[in-house]
Design a protein around this ligand. Structure first.
Ligand SMILES: Cc1cc2nc3c(=O)[nH]c(=O)nc-3n(C[C@H](O)[C@H](O)[C@H](O)COP(=O)(O)OP(=O)(O)OC[C@H]3O[C@@H](n4cnc5c(N)ncnc54)[C@H](O)[C@@H]3O)c2cc1C
Length: 407
């Protein structure tokens, strides 16, 4: 008789776990509390789904013990994930920084083909099944809010994180795992915007620029990246800030946290000073602010130059060597104090989750409750921006679905 496997949570990790368990020969039931599967996949990557990244290096994965992710990522690596999706019918498109999207540019393709595969594999999908309790006797019994119960030989918990609550984000899985003896770490918003000191920044609301940025905690650089910055009325957003935010999230409340911005990626202060001086020499009649037109977004110089003690109307010819240096310094090392993260609901991932010490890294089986497996975002592992979070969901989902017995 085949093993009965119950998957709780029909997102990326849950769908993959269900397919993997069916591949292993299990009789699989998948419970999803929403009326459709994979809602986070549908909105991911602005509706395009950055489904993975070609760079499988472990340095892109974080958590209290990033080493924990190594075995699952190695067991179902990038190449196998790409092959899996190719078999599914998803052709891919490679974009900057190793980001992989479906060639259709539609996240719906990913969900529709995963659903199609699940149906063909004989997986029983139960939607609007909001699991609330897991009991362990001779077998597992999972009970839903509306009183239904489902029995199985093993359970794979894949209820995701608490971000995006309107899409199904909840702490249900964390709570159920903790009721069985697991511990969870503190939770923070990751891959989201940051609130900063206001000064005159709110006037730059909506302005975008390609920058190089560093996140600093107590003066120490903890992460750097080059990507798009977006000014918001409350502070900083955009892909570069999203990616830095996960590294500072645990520190924003009780440490000195800041973001240092270079508006000239790849160039240092000397190079920028030369470049500006050249522009000023060629067009000495232009005002200081106007002299940046064609180089930086128009709104930036009138806001930043006064912060650097530089009158915006002064003709470029009158900018002294000391002022030129100060402007170049300001534009390559502009430091903004971070006051906090924006709320979890605005973040793309949850930093933290079920503590990894009590999970076997090779099988993802609980060390406390044999037959219980945990995968995806609910585990204390998260990735950088750029498809790494889905890679963790696919890899961990696959491994948990196979249901090897822990060592
Ligand atoms: C706006 C946004 C954009 C993103 N874009 C990307 C991207 O382009 N690339 C990338 O790599 N990552 C992206 N992410 C992150 C990525 O979506 C998550 O890391 C990934 O979905 C986690 O997969 P998961 O299966 O663990 O959790 P989820 O995808 O959240 O799935 C969990 C599922 O469990 C269900 N569930 C919850 N509680 C219960 C319960 N009690 N009973 C039954 N079912 C339950 C939920 O409804 C949900 O369907 C994005 C996230 C957001 C919010």
């Amino acid at each position: 008789m085949s093993r009965k496997t119950l998957i709780v949570g029909g997102g990326a990790a849950g769908l993959m776990a269900a397919i993997s368990a069916a591949d292993h020969g299990d009789e699989v039931t998948l419970l999803e509390k929403n009326d459709r599967l994979g809602r986070k996949i549908l909105i991911s990557g602005n509706g395009r789904c950055n489904m993975l990244n070609t760079d499988g290096d472990l340095s892109h994965f974080h958590g209290s013990n990033p080493e924990f992710a190594r075995e699952a990522l190695a067991a179902f690596p990038v190449e196998q994930t790409l092959a899996f999706f190719r078999d599914l019918g998803i052709e891919t498109r490679l974009e900057r920084k190793g980001r992989v999207f479906p060639a259709s540019n539609q996240a719906t393709s990913v969900v529709r083909l995963l659903e199609d595969w699940a149906v063909r594999a004989g997986i029983q999908v139960v939607q609007e099944a909001d699991a609330t309790q897991i009991d362990r006797g001779d077998s597992f019994k999972v009970t839903t809010v509306d009183g239904r119960s489902f029995e199985s030989d093993r359970v794979v918990l894949t209820t995701g994180g608490i971000t995006a609550p309107t899409l199904g984000g909840s702490d249900d899985g964390l709570r159920m795992a903790c009721s069985l003896g697991h511990r969870r770490t503190r939770l923070y918003p990751g891959l989201g915007p940051l609130e900063t000191e206001r000064s005159s920044l709110h006037k730059l609301q909506g302005v975008r620029a390609m920058v190089e940025a560093e996140a600093l905690v107590d003066g120490r650089v903890v992460k750097r990246d080059e990507w798009e910055l977006l000014f918001r009325y409350y502070g900083l957003s955009g892909l570069v800030i999203f990616n830095l935010s996960e590294a500072v999230a645990p520190y924003v409340d009780n440490h000195d946290v800041s973001v240092r911005i270079n508006f000239f990626p790849g160039q240092d202060v000397d190079q920028v000073e030369c470049r500006l001086r050249d522009r000023w020499n060629r067009n000495p009649h232009r005002s200081a602010a106007f002299s940046f037109t064609g180089l930086l977004p128009d709104k930036i110089p009138p806001i930043l130059l006064p912060i650097l003690d530089m009158p915006i109307d002064r003709p470029a010819a009158g900018i002294s060597a000391e002022e030129g240096r100060r402007i170049a310094e300001g534009l390559t090392n502009w430091e903004v104090k971070v006051l906090g993260s924006r709320p979890l609901a605005e973040a793309e991932v949850m930093v933290g989750g079920i503590a990894t010490d009590d999970i076997d890294p090779a099988s993802l089986e609980s060390r406390l409750v044999p037959g219980l497996y945990l995968a995806g975002e609910m585990v204390d592992v998260h990735g950088d921006l750029g498809g790494f979070n889905f890679q963790w969901a696919w890899s961990s989902g696959w491994v948990a679905g196979q249901g090897q017995v822990s060592s």
